[in-house]
Design a protein around this ligand. Structure first.
Ligand SMILES: [Zn+2]
Length: 46
């Protein structure tokens, strides 16, 4: 379920959506976003 990538930049920990690459400073926000992220859904690619 947890697919977000943890990354460190400028001494801060960020959480990256593996689908669209969006960065969050809060893991819960990242997981919540990723659960609703359609970036990888083929039906959205034209
Ligand atoms: Zn995303």
């Amino acid at each position: 379920m947890n697919m977000v990538t943890e990354t460190t930049r400028d001494g801060m920990t960020w959480y990256e959506c593996e689908k669209c690459g969006l960065l969050f400073d809060n893991v819960e926000d990242a997981e919540s976003h990723e659960a609703n992220c359609d970036a990888e859904d083929p039906s959205y690619i034209q």
